[in-house]
Design a protein around this ligand. Structure first.
Ligand SMILES: [Zn+2]
Length: 346
């Protein structure tokens, strides 16, 4: 049958072309010529209509057989070319392991958290517990239990963000101390620090931020005196700023404490001689502190005839600014990695 002969001839021609193709381009050309949808094998099927019914099956088998053979030959040749290309690549390409690699910039903890971690470690070593409290507080815990009743003038300095008349963003982390005193029901001693965020209605500038971090501490026990406060803070500044640091107390006023003191540390930049950091005085203001006001003890459930205590508070950003020479408080919150490199990475 002529049509079958035609199929056989086409098969032989295609196989020979594939076998003799010298590169991938001529191989693909052979594929297009024979095996593609418009190729010559597909073209053979158009002869089917002229083939007598009894021969159609034989012709179909011949065409499919040719298609299979050519397809296999094409695949085999394609793999041969691929293998050759890979071996050539392996033979010629070399990796120069002596070239320096691309270095990834090393990250660093934000000084804000670094200071919180360091201060927490110092007080954990002294047997304190760390209580974080909550950012959203009630007026009762944030102000009233800390001896700042409504209409108290010091509320002006601690204006904050109100969620409702009773709910606000805490202006000081000592609100957590009021909670802890309440939970202990006036029965057991307390040694705690509360690090975390606090908020004030401040316009943001280089030295002010509407959000900042504090670490406030509270000790309540029997026979606690201001000597205990002074010894504790003295130990704290030595661990934080160096063994040679000294502190001095100046009288001050906070509603929460009575008496109240501002605590200065001898300048860690000039050692006390006087420099621009300490404004020539040799001392840097670092903390507020005092003996817990007996009224606060009573309001929080502690009998002030039996219990006494001291409290202190330090601004986290202030410590970081002094230690790292940071020029603008807003840089703590701006999420700019260069900040870490500028101040910590050097
Ligand atoms: Zn100084």
């Amino acid at each position: 049958m002529e049509a079958i002969e035609q199929a056989k001839t086409l098969e032989a021609k295609a196989l020979s072309e594939i076998e003799n193709s010298g590169d991938e381009v001529s191989l693909e050309r052979a594929f297009n010529a024979y095996l593609s949808k418009k190729g010559q094998i597909a073209g053979l099927m158009s002869l089917m209509k002229d083939i007598p019914p009894e021969d159609k099956a034989i012709f179909g088998q011949a065409v499919n057989g040719a298609k299979k053979m050519i397809g296999e030959a094409y695949e085999a040749k394609r793999k041969e070319f691929e293998g050759k290309a890979l071996s050539e690549k392996l033979a010629t390409e070399k990796i120069d392991i002596s070239l320096p690699g691309a270095t990834l910039a090393q990250g660093h903890i934000n000084p804000y958290y670094q200071i919180i971690d360091e201060v927490s470690d110092i007080f954990l070593d002294m047997g304190y517990e760390v209580v974080e409290g909550r950012d959203v507080e009630t007026d009762h815990y944030n102000f009233e239990l800390l001896n700042v009743p409504k209409d108290h003038p010091s509320r002006d300095m601690q204006d904050t963000f109100y969620i409702s008349d009773e709910l606000l963003l805490r202006t000081q982390t000592s609100a957590a101390q009021a909670h802890t005193m309440g939970e202990r029901k006036g029965l057991s001693p307390i040694r705690m620090i509360c690090p975390g965020k606090a908020y004030r209605r401040d316009d943001d500038d280089m030295t002010h931020s509407h959000q900042f971090a504090q670490i406030e501490g509270l000790v309540v026990d029997k026979n606690i005196s201001i000597a205990n406060l002074k010894a504790t803070l003295d130990l704290f500044v030595k661990k934080m700023f160096g063994e040679k640091r000294e502190i001095r107390l100046r009288s001050s006023y906070f509603p929460f404490t009575e008496p109240s003191v501002e605590v200065d540390v001898s300048c860690f930049n000039c050692g006390g001689k006087g420099c621009s950091m300490c404004k020539g005085t040799g001392w840097i203001e670092i903390l507020g502190a005092g003996m817990v006001n007996p009224k606060v003890l009573e309001m929080c459930g502690y009998d002030s005839k039996v219990w006494s205590g001291f409290a202190f508070g330090v601004g986290v950003e202030r410590v970081a600014i002094l230690r790292y020479g940071i020029d603008d408080i807003r840089r703590f919150y701006q999420n700019d990695a260069r900040f870490l490199k500028d101040y910590i990475g050097k």
